[in-house]
Structure formats: C-alpha cells, structure tokens
Ligand binder design. Structure first.
Ligand SMILES: Nc1ncnc2c1ncn2[C@@H]1O[C@H](COP(=O)(O)OP(=O)(O)OP(=O)(O)O)[C@@H](O)[C@H]1O
Ligand SMILES: Nc1ccn([C@@H]2O[C@H](COP(=O)(O)O)[C@@H](O)[C@H]2O)c(=O)n1
Length: 218
C-alpha cells in the first residue's frame, strides 16, 4: 500500500506521515530531506542554488547526509525551495522516490508532489494544511527548542516566501491532488490529527475496495 502525504511547509505532514507509517507498519520517506540535502551540498560546494547546473551538480549526495542536523535549519528549508524549482534537480531525485514508493509492501512518503507526480496511483492521499500563522508558531517553537534564536516574524515571512515559491513554480508545483483527502490541522492536537488521518485513509481504502467490487459506499 502506498500512502501519499502532501502539504505546505510545517503543516504537520511529516508528523502525520510518520504516525501513518507506524500504524500501517510501512517504511517512511520525508522527501523534503532530499531537496534539503541538495541545497546543503550546494552551500558546501560553494555553488549558486539559483543556477540549475550548479544545483544538479550537487544532487548526488551521500545517503548519510540525510541524517545531518544542518538539513533541519530554517535556512536549509529556504534554499531547498530554491533548488527544488529546477526541473533537472527534480528529475535527478525522481527515481529514488519512485523506487522507495514502489518497494514490496508499499510505503508512506511526504512532500509536495507525492500524490500528483511521484505516486499518482497511491492507494491513499492526504493533503495536510494549517494557517500560515499556526504553522509559523509551531515551526518557531521547534527551532527554538533546537537552540535557534530566530524570531517568529522571520519564520512567518520565510514560510510565506516558501509557500509562494512552492505553489508558483512551473515544475511539479505544490497543488492538492484531485483525489486527496484534506486534513486541516490548524485546530487539531497531534493526536486528533493522527486519528483523523487514519479515518481518511481507511475511507479511501474502503471506497477503492468497493469500486473494485462494483459497489458504492453510503
Ligand atoms: N496538530 C499539531 N498540533 C500541534 N503541533 C503540531 C501538529 N502537527 C505538527 N505539529 C508540530 O509542528 C511542527 C511541524 O510539523 P512537521 O515537521 O510534521 O511539519 P512538516 O509539514 O513535515 O514540515 P516540513 O515542511 O518542514 O517538512 C513540529 O514541531 C510538530 O511537532
Ligand atoms: N516532494 C517535495 C518535497 C520538498 N520539496 C521542496 O523542498 C523544500 C523543503 O521541504 P520540507 O518538506 O522539508 O519543508 C520545500 O519547500 C519544497 O520546495 C519539493 O519541492 N518537493
């Protein structure tokens, strides 16, 4: 079974995807980390993230780079959204994500284009959202806990800038798949959001099973 979880920055999609992976005993891939690794590699190689050839040259990073704490910074997220605009960078990361999604038994992947590009035939799709202010507050708290002194205003401005780039780019923009279930986590606790996510997945699985039998659900 493949579960696709998409949504904007800090909407809670990673939290939901990890919980679904645990619930259904599936492996999980946070695809944002791949773009963050390219961005971090660009920085280390002293290349320019806005130049496609530079970003492509940095797309071949070692696997253990995905565990690097540097990838979790606000800056790395911003730079990731710059390198992710390049079609050739997206192409360089495509097979790795598809291979993960199509492994025997299935997987849960979260990102921006999982339900639309990476796994358009996923068994269940969620689009996780929350208001920019709530996302900024959550991300700010998380960064402060990790020792960052970044202000809430800066986190909110960065989230808005990232939303604009992610939804406005030509290559695989952030857009909800037509067959995704919407999960607005703005006023849900993590526990309530996870329960709702499982309900949405179960509903989609039941609808697909009924369709396969030629029946319909109430
Ligand atoms: N429903 C919720 N209520 C309160 N806090 C939440 C909720 N969901 C997630 N969080 C917190 O918000 C922060 C961002 O969540 P998470 O990392 O899951 O978002 P994300 O969409 O995966 O972010 P990114 O786009 O950066 O990968 C984390 O600190 C997480 O614990
Ligand atoms: N499938 C994806 C995943 C991520 N991106 C880009 O990477 C940036 C960082 O992602 P996070 O999930 O870690 O916030 C994000 O802003 C996107 O630009 C992507 O394009 N496609």
């Amino acid at each position: 079974m493949i579960i696709a979880v998409d949504g904007p920055a800090a909407s809670g999609k990673g939290t939901i995807a990890r919980a679904l992976a645990k619930h259904y005993r599936l492996p999980h891939l946070d695809t944002g980390l791949l773009y963050r690794a390219v961005a971090e590699n660009v920085r280390r190689m002293e290349l320019d993230p806005t130049i496609e050839a530079d970003a492509v040259a940095a797309s071949n990073f070692p696997d253990d780079m995905l565990d690097d704490a540097a990838l979790r910074s606000d800056d790395a997220g911003q730079r990731a959204s710059i390198v992710s605009e390049h079609p050739l960078v997206r192409a360089a990361l495509l097979q790795r994500q598809r291979k993960f999604a199509n492994q025997p038994g299935g997987a849960v992947l979260d990102g921006r284009d999982i339900g639309t590009v990476i796994a358009p035939d996923a068994d269940a799709k969620l689009f996780v959202k929350a208001t920019p202010q709530i996302r900024a507050r959550r991300r700010h708290g998380e960064l402060r806990e990790r020792g960052s002194t970044i202000s809430l205003d800066k986190v909110l401005a960065d989230i808005r800038a990232r939303d604009l780039r992610d939804t406005g780019r030509n290559a695989a923009p952030l857009v909800m798949a037509a067959d995704a279930g919407i999960l607005d986590t703005s006023f849900l606790s993590i526990e309530a959001a996870v329960i709702r996510a499982i309900e949405l997945v179960e509903r989609q699985l039941a609808l697909k099973a009924a369709a396969a039998r030629g029946a319909s659900l109430p």
